[in-house]
Design a protein around this ligand. Structure first.
Ligand code: GAL
Length: 437
């Protein structure tokens, strides 16, 4: 499969250059599964193939999920093959090799992803790709790889950047107050051109190596929002991580959501800031919080990579991940823009706020206007969508309203809609005009 026309090219899409593959790969956010949040380093062939089978069995393939991505820790840790210089799959974890696993995943009608780092070692200390980009890209292409997640650990000293971007880190937030660096550090001056940085170059070398293969390999940058990646992420990869790692707790959801709410003008076809892999199903979020996490990741047009063992996940978690309206919004091939805040809510200033990000959002789609109202507070409260405040709605208009969580048709509603939203939950509606009048 997939043997012809595998070229990718750089084109000017709206204001920014974008990495486009001629078969359409990368136009829409990737949908799939990744091993890291579920298993971290504890991966093997059985777990990867179980995930692939679960994607088929539980209806995720039919819903559009297609990538099964192997994260860190898949190779022999001691080093490369001495003769070929290739990375070597760990024979204990992957007795069929990665190519054997790829064949089985392809036979299910799915695609397979692999992981490396633009450094000497991956984040877990396995051999990585800097200096070996062409060899590794060719190896992965020969194995049948369809997707690369490219991390940012262990950058050698001759490749470090001249100065750093100030990046908010939830676990170490003291250097970043209201969006400004307050500690001393070698921070780049305002207006710095990060497209000339060593980071931009490291990631572009792998892009070029992937493009030189006779195969589409979707390219996901994972430099955690560092080194001004928003300036070159769309031109270099199909998606780019905009934050440090998510973990299984609501403060990570609100923190990343807040950060990504400042990247929304970078999102369109072929350009996808990656809000990191999903934690839905892993137990650290309430059902309300899982709804919020998934609704916003879908609405921001982030890649949606399931990060749980689907055999162990609750039915509620699976049904959230399968929500057909939110998936359709994320994968809309007519409307490329994401949902955006129309009103901040609890923190009215629309400033950087890791616990109370913007609560009132809307976005256009073929299904109508998606309206989201998230309650970041600890208690339930009434939340109102005043139509006059929502960019695409008329203040006095009547709209047919559908509840995205239940599929219930709420009939025709005029001027405003008030609903009670539980703590940390998100109310989600689709508005269409004319249909019920
Ligand atoms: C991190 C990355 C995670 C995961 C991990 C593997 O840098 O952000 O998503 O890939 O490395 O070690």
């Amino acid at each position: 499969m997939m043997m012809s026309l595998k070229t990718a090219f750089l084109v000017s899409a709206s204001a920014v250059l974008a990495l486009e593959w001629s078969d359409g790969t990368g136009k829409l956010p990737a949908l799939g599964w990744n091993s890291w949040n579920a298993y971290h380093c504890d991966i093997n062939e059985t777990r990867i193939l179980d995930a692939a089978n679960a994607i088929v069995k539980f209806g995720f393939k039919d819903a559009g999920y297609e990538y099964v991505n192997i994260d860190d820790c898949w190779s022999v840790k001691t080093g490369r093959d001495r003769r070929t210089q290739q990375l070597v799959p760990d024979p204990k974890r992957f007795p069929s090799g990665i190519s054997g696993v790829a064949n089985k995943i392809h036979a299910l009608g799915l695609k397979i992803g692999i992981y490396s780092s633009a450094g000497t070692r991956t984040c877990a200390g396995y051999p990585a790709s800097i200096g070996y980009e062409s060899i590794d890209a060719a190896t992965w292409a020969a194995w049948g790889i369809d997707y690369l997640k490219y991390d940012n650990c262990n950058v050698p000293s001759n490749w470090t950047d001249a100065c750093n971007a100030c990046v908010y880190n939830l676990n170490n937030p003291n250097n970043y107050v209201n969006g400004t660096c307050v500690n001393s550090g070698n921070y780049c001056p305002g207006g710095y051109d990060y497209t000339r940085s060593n980071s931009a170059k490291r990631y572009a070398i792998m892009r070029d190596a992937l493009q030189a293969q006779n195969r589409t390999i979707q390219y996901a940058l994972c430099s955690w929002g560092s080194a001004g990646v928003e300036q070159y992420g769309n031109a270099t990869g199909n998606s780019w991580r905009m934050s440090d790692d998510i973990q299984d707790g609501f403060k990570y959801v609100t923190s990343i959501l807040n950060m990504n709410s400042f990247n929304l003008n970078d999102v369109d076809f072929w350009g996808h800031p990656d809000a990191d892999m999903l934690e839905v199903g892993n137990g650290g979020l309430s059902v309300a919080e899982e709804r919020t996490h998934f609704a916003f990741w879908a609405a921001m047009k982030s890649p949606l990579l399931i990060g749980t063992n689907l055999y162990a996940a609750s039915d509620e978690a699976k049904s959230i991940l399968l929500n057909k309206y939110l998936l359709a919004f994320n994968q809309d091939n007519v409307y490329g823009a994401p949902a955006k805040p129309w009103k901040w809510g609890t923190n009215p200033d629309f400033t950087f706020n890791a616990t109370n990000p913007a609560e009132f959002w809307s976005g256009e789609s073929q299904q109508g206007t998606l309206v989201l109202m998230m309650n970041t507070l600890a208690v339930s409260r009434d939340m109102t969508a005043n139509f006059g405040e929502i960019p695409s709605l008329d203040a006095d208009g009547s709209y047919k309203v559908l509840d995205v969580w239940t599929g219930e048709d709420l009939g025709s509603i005029t001027s405003s809609l008030t609903v009670k939203v539980a703590s940390h939950d998100t109310a989600a509606f689709l508005f269409t005009s004319g249909l019920s009048q």
